[in-house]
Design a protein around this ligand. Structure first.
Ligand code: DLL
Length: 446
């Protein structure tokens, strides 16, 4: 078992809550732990949720019959609609009165998806968030400025509990009130910023417009997630705030933030395999994809008590990398999540994710990293218009030439034909949480 590389001279022994011994387990030992935990999870689901029992029985997967991790592949996937169909608490293993907390997704259409946690679930979540923070270089005592939204969204409370668990004081800002956020960052001197990448950028912009240089603040580490963001966006946010930005992933159905997180090597996000089983499937066939290929992430919880999720289709598209990371951790690496299946646009037969367009636009001379994609139906064809802002101070007479240049790069790098409109600074809405990247003006199918 190799040790995890310490990052700073001041590094302290990792707090016990992180279970560092689990992070470096050999693959065999990890598989043994997963099998034991999977059995307990199936048992919990079979005993307490009739719907799960019926599914497990139909698949011949009585908890005692589970011999290998691969046996789980006999079980059909779970999807978001399964949660909606059992709204609000139908898939919980315990009555609500014995739970410690409820969260719900912000679902833009239909009923929200509701998730529940026992006190033990919250405890493990805090541990995993603390572990995620630790592996980005956050250490006990570091002041954490938490600008993820508090409430039904899991970002705020999830990051909050993780920071406290690690022994970090937290400034519980939530999203919004951007001027105030900036003032407190400058006055309190936090070392760590938690926010969506788009809100981090909005904070940077407001600071610049009011003459505040965030690069002179104490901020050194950013834990950014909850939405797709490109490598170009990472460069942009790092340069403008003056910190090192790390990608953190999670979803409420599975837990919340801290399902996976980058370490200081930034070689992919370590998916915490002592608590989750990760599979990658072809979104159309449901068959596993080969290592290195892109596919949809499917997650099974191994330690969730209140709401065990078995083979949950996240809709998130990514690639997986196995093999021990330079940091010493053995857990699988989830490469950047490029987008959700649901967000994929098909423009004249070409599949496009907003983050691919972002990767082309962000950093192009004269363009600001604020954009939206507008999808319209023209005749029988879908049409894409990219609206992107110019940087402040650029002569509007140049917008047209900049737009032409962007059309060319979008076509050659993403392979899709789009109109591009370069707009004046401030023309597009700013995010305080998850950015809205697509305005879909196509008629809704009835
Ligand atoms: O967004 C949890 C979270 C909070 C993660 C704070 C990280 C930081 P939900 O609101 O349930 O939970 O949304 C989950 O957001 O299925 C992805 O599509 C997307 N997402 C989350 N993290 C990332 C990321 C939280 N790092 C959905 N990169 C997921 C890309 C992400 N997409």
């Amino acid at each position: 078992m190799s040790a995890i590389t310490p990052s700073r001279e001041t590094d302290r022994t990792s707090p016990a809550c992180l279970h560092p011994e689990h992070e470096t387990l050999s693959r065999d030992a990890l598989a043994g732990l997963q099998l034991e935990r999977l059995r307990a999870t199936l048992r919990n689901a079979w005993d307490h949720v009739l719907w799960q029992r019926a599914r497990l029985d139909a698949a011949g997967l009585h908890p005692d019959a589970l011999r290998h991790l691969d046996d789980l592949q006999r079980l059909p996937f779970m999807v978001k609609n399964d949660l909606r169909d059992h709204y609000p608490f139908g898939l919980f293993t315990q009555p609500v009165k014995s739970l410690a907390r409820i969260h719900a997704s912000s679902g833009t259409t239909g009923k929200p998806t509701v998730v529940g946690y026992t006190a033990g679930d919250l405890d493990r979540w805090a541990d995993l968030m603390a572990r995620s923070m630790y592996c980005t270089g956050v250490r006990p005592g570091d002041l954490v400025h938490n600008a993820y939204g508090y409430g039904l969204f899991t970002g705020g409370l999830g990051a909050h509990a993780g920071a406290e668990r690690l022994g970090c004081p937290v400034v519980p800002m939530s999203g919004g009130g951007t001027e105030r956020q900036i003032a407190l960052i400058m006055d309190f001197g936090p070392r760590v910023l938690c926010a969506t990448p788009s809100y981090a950028l909005a904070i940077a912009e407001v600071a610049e417009n009011s003459g505040v240089d965030l690069r002179k603040s104490q901020l050194a580490v950013g834990l950014f997630g909850a939405e797709p963001w490109s490598a170009a966006m990472r460069e942009e946010v790092q340069a403008r705030i003056g910190l090192k930005a790390y990608d953190i992933y999670g979803l409420s159905e599975i837990m919340g933030p801290g399902v996976a997180c980058e370490c200081e090597c930034r070689n992919g996000l370590h998916g915490w395999e002592d608590h989750f089983l990760f599979e990658l499937i072809h979104p159309d066939t449901g068959k596993p994809v080969a290592e290195g290929e892109s596919g949809e992430l499917v997650i099974t919880t191994l330690t969730k008590e209140a709401l065990p999720m078995l083979r949950y289709r996240t809709r998130d598209i990514t690639r997986l990398a196995t093999g021990r990371c330079d940091c010493g951790r053995s857990h699988v690496r989830i490469l950047r999540v490029t987008g959700r299946n649901d967000d994929m646009l098909i423009i004249r037969g070409v599949n496009v994710y907003p983050s691919q367009i972002e990767a082309v636009l962000v950093g192009r001379p004269g363009l600001a990293p604020h954009y939206q994609l507008v999808v319209e139906r023209r005749g029988s064809m879908d049409h894409l218009r990219v609206e992107v802002e110019a940087q402040p101070g650029i002569d509007a007479a140049k917008y047209e030439a900049m737009a032409k240049d962007a059309v060319h790069h979008v076509k050659s790098l993403v392979g899709v034909t789009a109109d591009v409109a370069v707009m004046a600074p401030g023309a597009l809405p700013r995010s305080q949480g998850k950015a809205v990247r697509v305005r879909d003006l196509r008629p809704k199918a009835s």
